[in-house]
Structures are given as C-alpha cells and as structure tokens.
Write a new protein. Structure first.
Length: 220
C-alpha cells in the first residue's frame, strides 16, 4: 500500500500491530503473558514508598493495572484508591485493558478501589463534588501531551491535601527514554516544578515526585 508522498505500508505489519493486543490478551487469559507497563521497577518501588499507608489515593492512567496493584498493596487497610481510565472499547467490543486491570487489581485484598471510567479531568470534577477527603497521593500517568497534563494538573492539584504527594510519569527524560520534547516533560518543567504550592521531592527514572507544602501558598 502506497500513501500520499510515496511512503508505503506493509499490510502484514499493519495486521500484526492491530492484532497484537488481542494476541497478548489471549496469552494472558491462559497464563502465558503478564500485564504490561511502561514504568520501571525503580519507578514502581518509588511509587510504593510514597503511597505506603496513604488513605485517599488516585491513579490517572491504569492500563493493565500493574502500578494499581502496587498502590493497592501498600496503601492503608482502610484506604480508598480511585482508579481512573477511559478504557476505550477495542476491536472485540470491549476494553481488553479494563478486563486485565480489573482482574489483576481484584486479586489484591487490601482497602477498596473505585473504578472511574472517564478522563482525569472528568474524574476530578466528580471527586470534587463528592464528600471526599483531600487526596494524599496521586499518580498522574494519563494524557502525556502538554495540554493533557495541564488539564490533569489544574483539575487535581487543588484537591491534594497539605503534605500530599503527586507523582508524574514520563516527566523527566532518561537515557532509556529520551523524551525531551514530550508535552508532559515540558509542562512539568514550565509549570509544575515552579508551582509555589508544591516542593520537589525526587526524580526516579522518568518519574517526578512533588509534595504539597503544609502552607500551600498560591502564585500571585
């Protein structure tokens, strides 16, 4: 197949790419494949360390639930984790990612999980209108565009309790992931690292960890 401009597509590659999620799902069903994630082991360990014992947690961008499992495992026994993901419907008429995530996270017996099948900004509006305590841990790993992270940050950062933690994935380029031009990296550098309400705690691989100041001053 030839595209405008003279570039060509290999139909075999197109078919393989389109079927890859289904192939993985079938292998996962029979125990021959594990859930996938773009987080590193070091990043997951960092998330677990900061989420340990927390009572109100939010994860934006669940995918297969690998990090969701870690967060649920370490949060307080009376904790509540809001798992936010729009989980688009796939070729089989349902979300393969949602099926995997619900199964994997459901195997963890600790606290409760509330699934919110929506975008991060929609979930923030629902959280803000509910009778919920401020969030004391949030992991943002959703839309990595500049505008996407801006929407999540503007919606969720006011809902973070003083002393609460915000972790942002793909917010720092690394040798393994040279994502210098990614919108999430640029927005983190331009806005989040300069937000006077928060202070920088650490970076681990592509993960940035911020903490809301106890006296959360706002920019003028």
């Amino acid at each position: 197949m030839t595209l405008p401009g003279g570039s060509s597509l290999n139909l075999t590659e197109i078919l393989r790419d389109s079927l890859r999620p289904i192939t993985h799902y079938v292998l996962w069903l029979v125990g021959l494949a594990r859930p996938t994630t773009q987080t590193t082991e070091e990043e997951r360990n960092c998330l677990a360390r900061h989420a340990a014992g927390k009572r109100r947690l939010v994860e934006i961008g669940v995918w297969h639930g690998v990090t969701t499992v870690r967060l649920r495992s370490v949060m307080a026994s009376n904790g509540l984790l809001f798992a936010v993901d729009p989980f688009p419907i796939g070729r089989l008429g349902f979300s393969l990612q949602q099926s995997i995530a619900h199964s994997e996270v459901g195997r963890v017996v600790n606290g409760d999980v509330k699934w919110l099948r929506m975008t991060g900004i929609a979930a923030a509006k629902e959280y803000a209108t509910g009778e919920h305590e401020p969030v004391d841990f949030i992991f943002i790993d959703g839309d990595h565009s500049y505008d996407g992270l801006r929407d999540d940050w503007e919606a969720w950062s006011p809902l973070v309790a003083p002393g609460g933690i915000v972790a942002l994935h793909d917010s720092v380029p690394t040798a393994e992931r040279p994502i210098h031009d990614a919108g999430s990296v640029r927005y983190t550098e331009d806005v989040i690292r300069r937000d006077p309400r928060f202070e920088f705690i650490e970076s681990v691989d592509s993960l940035t960890v911020m903490q809301r100041r106890l006296s959360s001053a706002r920019a003028e």
